[in-house]
Write a protein that binds this ligand. Structure first.
Ligand code: PEP
Ligand code: MN
Length: 337
């Protein structure tokens, strides 16, 4: 059960609601986010909502039987729109494109990428400065100095930044320099990290875990929301299966399923999903057709020289062509609905 509280609710009134819910056999948890205050009722007992709904201080009351509650689409009909400022939004009927290298490498690469994005009307740049790598000997990112250098250039160009945060101690140092925190597939169930991102007033994109279920992804998002941060984006990036012909297996099913289960925006990452440059475009287009709110993918001026993930990275010509096709596909879909 989710009880939306009125912003002006008095402490005694809240206490009375908690007592009432407890007497009905529910455990309660209070959640306050940037957008509202809620009481979450955890329990299964049947009761007549009218017993509670009339109480002072309640704006609305909803039954949500899913394990995850606040991220469920059952109580919030309107899709969540994430506002990054300067007219850049994610969700709510637009196609968001986020593109950039796997790793931030140097000033020249950042400048070339920013120019490429601007030429193609892409407003959000991705890139890692803390890189989770399978081998400890691989390039692990430029760290905070790289992020500062990137931020200075991106801000001057009106480009927003999404970058991966790998541990709690990085949140504070990264905070002034990112527009969206990315939680990578290896950290989807790092609950300490999720809790801490719940205390931050900046959007968080959560990738699906390498072997994670759709429900586990939603539960991870619930961690962040229930800790106070409603500004969430979910990302399907392929899962590990027995198939070896591609890096991961793109779970295209997850896109419409997530869209029906949650009010949060859902984006797709075709680069990590298939891991093979020449097929990235097909998977990106399929994701748009399946209803994704956005695409996040890797591009580099010389993919064969990229410090990481070059095999799945588009060059700027391929990237420009894909952006054109994605926009056309999205327009086609929007015209039909
Ligand atoms: C990335 O976006 O570069 C990345 C490491 O992705 P994932 O966490 O999906 O593997
Ligand atoms: Mn990568």
């Amino acid at each position: 059960m989710i009880i939306q509280l009125q912003p002006t609710i008095q402490t005694q009134d809240k206490q009375m609601i908690v007592e009432k819910i407890t007497s009905l056999g529910y455990k309660t948890m209070e959640v306050t986010t940037q957008r509202g205050s809620y009481l979450i009722g955890i329990g299964k007992k049947e009761f007549d909502v009218r017993q509670v709904g009339h109480m002072r201080g309640i704006a609305d009351i909803h039954r949500v039987s899913d394990e995850y509650k606040l991220v469920s689409g059952k109580w919030k009909v309107e899709p969540t729109v994430i506002d990054l400022g300067d007219g850049v939004t994610v969700g709510g009927g637009n196609l968001s494109i986020m593109a950039g290298p796997c790793s931030i490498e140097n000033e020249q690469q950042v400048d070339l990428t920013i120019n490429h994005l601007k030429e193609n009307g892409v407003r959000i740049m991705r890139g890692g400065v803390y890189k989770p790598r399978s081998s400890p000997y691989a390039f692990r990112g430029l760290g905070i100095d790289g992020l500062k250098m990137w931020h200075e250039r991106a801000q001057a160009a009106g480009i927003k930044i999404i970058s991966e945060v790998m541990q709690v101690s990085q949140i504070e140092t990264m905070y002034p320099y990112v527009d969206v925190f990315q939680v990578g597939a290896r950290n989807t169930q790092n609950y300490n990290l999720l809790d801490e991102l719940g205390k931050v007033d900046k959007p968080v994109l959560i990738k699906r875990g390498i072997s994670g279920t759709i429900e586990e992804l939603l539960s991870s998002a619930e961690y962040v929301f229930s800790a106070g941060n409603e500004k969430l984006i979910l990302c399907e990036r392929g899962i590990r299966t027995y198939e070896k012909a591609s890096r991961n297996t793109m779970d295209i099913n997850a896109i419409p399923i997530l869209k029906s289960k949650t009010h949060l925006p859902v984006v797709a990452d075709p680069s990590h999903a298939i891991g093979i440059r020449e097929y990235v475009e097909s998977i990106a287009l399929a994701s748009v057709m399946a209803g994704a709110d956005g695409i996040i993918y890797e591009t580099h001026q010389k993919p064969e020289e990229a410090f990481s993930d070059g095999q799945q990275t588009l060059d700027f010509n391929e990237s420009a062509r894909m952006v054109r096709k994605l926009k056309k596909a999205f327009e086609l879909l929007a015209a039909e609905s």
